[in-house]
Design a protein around this ligand. Structure first.
Ligand SMILES: [Zn+2]
Ligand SMILES: [Zn+2]
Length: 275
């Protein structure tokens, strides 16, 4: 069986949260690395991507990779301009986006945020060969080598896309950023994640806090548990931690969560799950 592994490089939402109280679970924003055999796929390009890229470069595994973006809020793209392999001319990278609610393209989005006066370097200064690829959910993307990415439109301001990566008989779902409807399970989402091995889920809030943040576009760990139960997903990775969550708070959350659902754990920078 080929290796299929997931590594967390950043689990924060909204903005990085460097602080002495955040060293255990980490401070970097959204980025997950998937290793599918010899292939490397990044889910989101938050600040966690910077260290991921450095490791890729040091290990000389940099010839090619894919980046699947959920959407382009800052916390999901901030690491892209600092991804070292993109400045190497032997590298081929593919960047996918499909969340736009208008005719914006992936390339136009990257050119739009890597642009003076907001940023000094333009994407044309990347030396790598980059393909900017657009899709529309529910498109299914064939990434080659038996890796298939299903896509699902999420409920988030300005749009977002959830992914289901299937490889060699196993699957990971990456469902962030999204707001659920209180008291309702989205049956389409349940079908999308059904039977997956792991779901990484937007757990910005708790159910108790949720009514105060309607319209912010985020969900709760309790809803993640409900979805996993409804869809027979044995592992839940609690993700997109609010900046106010300290190590102490998250460690306490781990206890409440484990009592509720044995397969749930809190995402922390450096965590690797072998599928
Ligand atoms: Zn976010
Ligand atoms: Zn967002």
């Amino acid at each position: 069986m080929n290796r299929f592994a997931l590594t967390v490089w950043g689990a924060r939402g909204s903005i990085p949260a460097p602080a002495a109280a955040n060293t255990r679970f980490g401070s970097d924003t959204s980025c997950i690395e998937l290793n599918c055999g010899e292939r490397t796929i990044f889910l989101d390009a938050g600040t966690g991507l910077v260290a991921a890229g450095r490791k890729l470069y040091e290990e000389k595994r940099v010839n090619g990779f894919d980046i699947l973006l959920t959407h382009c809020h800052f916390d999901h793209i901030m690491g892209l301009p600092f991804l070292i392999p993109l400045y190497k001319d032997h590298v081929a990278a593919r960047i996918y986006a499909g969340h736009f609610l208008d005719r914006t393209t992936c390339r136009a989005m990257v050119e739009g945020f890597m642009c003076p006066p907001y940023f000094p370097v333009k994407p044309k200064q990347f030396a790598a060969k980059i393909d900017y690829l657009d899709f529309r959910p529910p498109d299914v993307i064939d990434l080659g080598d038996g890796i298939v990415a299903g896509t699902f439109r999420l409920n988030h301001p300005n749009g977002a896309v959830g992914y289901r990566i299937d490889y060699d008989g196993r699957s990971v779902c990456y469902i962030t950023d999204t707001e659920h409807e209180a008291g309702r399970i989205d049956e389409d989402l349940v079908r999308f994640i059904a039977g997956a091995d792991v779901m990484v889920y937007d757990c910005t809030y708790t159910d108790e806090e949720f009514p105060r943040y309607l319209g912010f576009g985020h969900s709760t760990w309790q809803h993640g548990v409900r979805l996993c139960r409804a869809a027979d997903v044995p592992q839940l990775l609690i993700y997109h931690h609010d900046v106010s969550r300290t190590d102490e708070w998250l460690a306490e959350l781990q206890e409440s969560v484990s009592a509720e659902f044995a397969g749930a754990r809190i995402a922390s920078t450096g965590l690797t799950i072998e599928l």
